[in-house]
Design a protein around this ligand. Structure first.
Ligand code: MRU
Length: 325
């Protein structure tokens, strides 16, 4: 199934619970907005484009469960704030909400919101395929590509952005190997990216985030590709650690690419105006349920960082490659 889908029979959202991977593959059903908000905050569904679809399907839940237009608007405001950094969540909510508001009855609002949410989900898959087509031209046979976090099918509705580029290149017959950074503290790289790539039989090597500089200096990487949570005036906001890899790639003359749909663009805003989500200290104090730091240590745990365009060789979108930055 896709990362996130609408269940017509049960009038609910079905999503692959990403916190259980790779040990377990389980589908979570959300019938109430509260459950969806919780799933988003716990990263059961995550990745900017997947959050866009989640936001849109969340509006459908609100239309089913709320009585009036003003209640729907109030409820989806909470949904928009579930995670603040990826622009896609509010993009998805706004599109589905505008569609819903065209309806006069509850049933009409639900129907309009659902049609729009399905459109967003289908567009996302189509955009990723286009990103893959454009981006795969930047990859050569034999390339070893480093990636950070998970910008694969599970971060999107399907296919993926950064991993979509790699998948398309492989489909076109290119031999590509991937180096996946584990992506502390929540390990989207080791848990999800490696799992996705192994499923597709694309060779992947897992490294700790702190190894990327050494690996690049040793000449083991030809290119870096990551996704984006928000493209702003001066550069790209993505998973914490992205900036570090970009700095190191520049130092070693390795092209650093960002693959992302235009739905993640927010060019009117500066990175300084974007709220960078700060997550719980527990994510650093505990690992796999085991305490690994003093309980009272001061913790700084931002989930995202900013990489300026000066460090980015190209941004790959569904409309083409943007490289004169
Ligand atoms: O905290 P997450 O797992 O939602 O962060 C995801 C990322 O940073 C991805 O790289 C980004 O959303 C792009 S996904 C196509």
């Amino acid at each position: 199934m896709r990362t996130i889908e609408w269940d017509e029979e049960k009038d609910s959202i079905k999503l692959i619970d990403q916190t259980l991977l790779p040990a377990e593959y389980d589908i979570l059903e959300c019938k109430a907005l509260e459950q969806l908000i919780d799933a988003i905050q716990r990263l059961k569904v995550r990745g900017a484009p997947a959050l866009g679809a989640a936001g849109a399907f969340g509006v459908v839940l609100a239309c089913i469960n709320e009585k009036s237009k003003s209640d729907i608007i109030k409820e989806v405001e909470r949904l928009k704030k579930a995670r603040p950094t990826a622009v896609n969540l509010s993009y998805g909510v706004n599109r589905a909400l505008n569609a819903a508001m065209r309806g006069r009855t509850t049933q009409e609002m639900k129907t309009h919101a659902l049609e729009e949410a399905q459109r967003i989900a289908d567009e996302d898959v189509a955009m990723n395929k286009k990103i893959g087509d454009y981006g795969s031209e930047l990859l050569e046979n034999g390339d070893v590509v480093l990636t950070h976090c998970n910008a694969g099918r599970l971060a999107c509705v399907d296919w993926g952005t950064a991993l979509g580029v790699i998948r398309t290149a492989v489909q076109k017959g290119k031999r590509i190997e991937v180096i996946a950074c584990e992506t502390r503290p929540l390990n989207q790289g080791s848990r999800i990216t490696t799992w996705e790539l192994l499923q597709d039989e694309i060779p992947v090597t897992l490294i700790a985030d702190s190894m990327s500089a050494a690996v690049m200096r040793e000449g083991k990487v030809n290119k870096v590709i990551v996704g984006a949570d928000r493209v702003v005036k001066e550069g790209v906001i993505n998973k914490i650690g992205t900036y570090m890899h970009a700095v190191v790639a520049k130092e070693h003359n390795i092209p650093f690419y960002v693959a992302t749909p235009l739905s993640s663009f927010d060019l009117k805003r500066s990175y300084k105006e974007v709220e960078i989500e700060e997550r719980s200290p527990e994510e650093l104090i505990f690992f796999g349920g085991k305490q690994i730091a003093p309980l009272d240590v001061k913790v700084y745990n931002p989930a995202f960082d900013f990489t300026p365009f000066a460090l980015i060789a190209a941004v790959i979108t569904e409309k083409g490659i943007w490289s004169k930055l």
